[in-house]
Ligand binder design. Structure first.
Ligand code: TRP
Length: 329
């Protein structure tokens, strides 16, 4: 039987966080053995906000280096840069014509982002989910690993695919979201009621993947908790400690009950040190590999060029099938 196809991606804006890593890339590593995986760097999606061009270029390579440093094997996966496979833009245009303004207006991410960037509510921000649908449908992905915040975009992808299939006969595979409950949402350290975000204004809220050991320890020590001083998982009433448990669990693979047992009778001070230790332990080798890779541009270029060629093969097949069906010469 053919392997199931997986596709996912990370935007190339800003510095990556521990949330990006534990919520996404870390989970992908185990999937590479079982599935036919496509991992892209969503640099075209990044254009919905204003970027410094040099920074955007660098960030694209940084994410590529991180994918590899985190353990994604370029031989086993197709790792590529979105903008290099032109079929993404091409299919996005076509799918735009099969997507309704009403549907797009209901996207919570669009509503949130247009509130945040009132000076730049561009059409790309509005049709962002359609480009994402194109990313997914081009490769006929069965499963799409995403965080909770992207589930709605997957729903609209399914709606667009079903609509198209109904009009023109079976063309697209209807993809499913693949959300890992335990690590779907790593929250901020200072405000554990909202997602850890690279655009947070309080830098202590976020662990960046390139933070130094000292910085990581300092940030975790400062993390907001509560006055109970008991390590217990209760996201509603103890969001801070529960978030630290989530981080600890994602790295050690221990369940929450086990963690509670391990830290019985110990206070938050001990627990925080233990969390800091596993985070540093996990990130250090990745950081070393990452820095090494960034020094080796030729290798990165080779990886993304090969990735582009592998991705293109599938993408061209799908776009030709679509054009044939709709009557575009
Ligand atoms: N929008 C996703 C995010 O910000 C990134 C992304 C772009 C993506 N295209 C995708 C994720 C396709 C999964 C599949 O997290």
């Amino acid at each position: 039987m053919d392997k199931k196809v997986i596709l996912s991606g990370v935007q190339s804006t800003g510095r990556l966080t521990l949330g990006n890593y534990l919520g996404a890339i870390n989970n992908w590593v185990e999937m590479q053995e079982k599935y036919d995986c496509y991992y892209m760097i969503a640099n075209s999606h990044s254009l919905t906000v204003r970027n410094n061009p040099e920074e955007l270029r660098n960030n694209t390579l940084k994410i590529l280096a991180l994918y590899i440093a985190a353990g994604l094997d370029p031989e086993k996966n197709t790792i590529f840069i979105q903008s290099q496979v032109k079929e993404h833009a091409e299919l996005a245009w076509i799918l735009n014509c099969y997507t309704y303004m009403g549907e797009l207006s209901r996207m919570t991410q669009f509503k949130d982002k247009s509130l945040k960037h009132q000076d730049n509510i561009n059409a790309g921000l509005f049709t962002y989910p359609v480009l994402m649908a194109a990313d997914i449908l081009l490769y006929k992905a069965n499963l799409v690993p995403v965080g909770e915040d992207q589930k709605q975009h997957l729903e609209i992808t399914r709606d667009i695919a079903e609509r198209f299939n109904k009009l023109y006969g079976d063309t697209f595979v209807i993809p499913e979201a693949y959300v890992r409950k335990e690590t779907a949402r790593i929250m901020g350290l200072q405000d554990p009621t909202s997602k850890m975000s690279k655009s947070a204004t309080n830098l202590n809220d976020v662990i960046f993947l390139d933070d130094s050991e000292e910085t990581i320890i300092k940030k975790i020590k400062k993390a907001v908790t509560d006055s109970e001083n008991v390590v217990r998982f209760a996201p509603e009433t103890k969001p801070g400690v529960s978030n630290l448990m989530q981080i600890y669990s994602a790295i050690t693979n221990k369940g929450f009950e086990e963690i509670e047992k391990d830290f019985e009778g110990k206070g938050y001070g001990d627990f925080k040190m233990a969390v800091a230790e596993v985070v540093v332990g996990k990130l250090k080798p990745i950081q070393e590999k990452y820095n090494e890779l960034l020094e080796n541009r030729d290798y990165l270029v080779k990886v993304y060029t090969e990735g582009k060629m592998k991705a293109e093969k599938i993408a061209i097949k799908t776009i030709n099938e679509v054009k044939e069906k709709i009557g575009i010469l």
